[in-house]
Design a protein around this ligand. Structure first.
Ligand SMILES: Nc1ncnc2c1ncn2[C@@H]1O[C@H](COP(=O)(O)OP(=O)(O)OP(=O)(O)O)[C@@H](O)[C@H]1O
Ligand SMILES: [Mg+2]
Length: 173
């Protein structure tokens, strides 16, 4: 007797990709590429210290999904979450720096079954609720204007991102 799929919750293999983002325009292009790859229910964990560019990348993703380069995307550092309805789906942009325990997350709409795309700054605050399978983007400063993005995600998502970044090269922000 075949049960299909045999192990629906089995961890998928993860792959990694490192991108150099020499200036903010490169970060914005990366965000636009990501915007096309994200699907309802996806979680993107944005790691990195203060000023690494987490909100800048989230803003680029949101503006691209909304098709509005001027969309107001405030940092959710005080509201903890900002919700957006875009033609490409609903998005929740979290900044968890100020939460003191993961028990507060349910009030913020965090949980299984969400059809929203979740962009999460300070994901270490998720504690044991941090999903091990989610796309993780660790941003680090490599210079005043330059950043590096170390991405870890399921193999298929990395393959799609690699292909999309390759066809984007030479594009303008
Ligand atoms: N290549 C780059 N990519 C992203 N941001 C850049 C880049 N170069 C310079 N910056 C600047 O770095 C700053 C990044 O700030 P941002 O608010 O996005 O960081 P953050 O990681 O969200 O910080 P916080 O932890 O305080 O929320 C902005 O002022 C942005 O203009
Ligand atoms: Mg921020």
């Amino acid at each position: 007797m075949a049960i299909h799929p045999p192990y629906p919750n089995m961890p998928q293999p993860l792959a990694t990709l490192t991108l150099d983002l020499p200036d903010e325009a490169a970060t914005r292009r990366f965000g636009a590429v990501l915007a096309h790859l994200l699907r309802p229910g996806d979680i993107v964990l944005l790691d990195g210290s203060y000023g690494a560019g987490k909100s800048t990348l989230a803003r680029a993703i949101l503006r691209s999904m909304a098709g509005d380069p001027a969309l107001d995307v405030p940092s959710p550092s005080f509201t903890l979450v900002q919700e957006y309805e875009t033609p490409a789906g609903d998005v929740r942009h979290y900044d968890l720096w100020r939460i003191s325990n993961p028990g507060e997350l349910a009030e913020l709409g965090w949980g299984p079954g969400s059809e929203a795309i979740n962009l999460v700054e300070w994901p270490e605050k998720l504690g044991r609720l941090r999903p091990s399978q989610a796309m993780t983007i660790a941003l680090s400063n490599t210079g005043e204007e330059s950043r590096q993005a170390a991405i870890s995600a399921p193999t298929e998502q990395i393959a799609a991102l690699r292909a999309a970044m390759a066809s984007d090269s030479g594009g303008t922000a």
